[in-house]
Design a protein around this ligand. Structure first.
Ligand SMILES: Cc1cc2nc3c(=O)[nH]c(=O)nc-3n(C[C@H](O)[C@H](O)[C@H](O)COP(=O)(O)O)c2cc1C
Length: 174
């Protein structure tokens, strides 16, 4: 039985997606949990499931749970958001990637991109290495400014960026 409002489920490593989950939860006055917690929490009572993940090398990460369980939520509203440090990320393309091979599922889901940043302190050693290599390649390719920008931590996230997503969820309540 659906007798509760929205819930936010996030996958985050360096903190940006968790922060966006918190901002969304605050504005919707609803709970937010990590995808690990979602595995052991019954979600069928919630009217709206909002899933957040991170973009790594052009690929949305953190949507395995949703891909696996979406069939269990036929009546719920489902919203996804992806955080990333880039500016040229198209939400429709990201949604296609999240649901590759599951196009029917994608049709009933909406998708948002939320600009974040980079946090070198919380990256794993492998991710730090990938970023350092990318920055070196960018500098060699003449994109020195971008290489410089991506070689250090920055935070371009804002609570204002969640407003469209929050608006969609609020207006869907009948
Ligand atoms: C190895 C690596 C690759 C990344 N690739 C992309 C990318 O292709 N596009 C993008 O916009 N951001 C990219 N980012 C930035 C992350 O998407 C961004 O920091 C994200 O918000 C991290 O989420 P989290 O803090 O919740 O773990 C990358 C970050 C790392 C560490």
């Amino acid at each position: 039985m659906i007798d509760r409002g929205p819930i936010v489920i996030y996958h985050s490593k360096t903190g940006f997606t968790a922060k966006y989950a918190l901002w969304i939860a605050e504005k919707l006055e609803c709970p937010f949990i990590s995808d690990k917690e979602a595995a052991v929490k019954p979600l069928k009572h919630y009217r709206t499931l909002i899933f957040g993940g991170r973009l790594i090398a052009g690929k949305p990460q953190g949507f395995d749970f949703l891909r696996k369980h979406i069939g269990e939520f036929p009546e719920q509203q489902i919203v996804t958001f992806v955080t990333g440090s880039g500016t040229d990320n198209d939400p429709a393309e990201l949604k296609k990637k999240i649901f590759s091979g599951m196009e029917d599922a994608a049709e009933r889901v909406s998708g948002y991109f939320l600009k974040s940043g980079l946090n070198y302190d919380k990256m794993g050693i492998g991710e730090r290495l990938v970023m350092k290599t990318l920055c070196r390649l960018l500098k060699l390719a003449g994109k020195k400014e971008l290489g410089q920008h991506l070689s250090q931590s920055f935070d371009e996230s804002s609570p204002d960026f969640v407003d469209s997503l929050v608006g969609e969820v609020k207006t869907s309540v009948k």
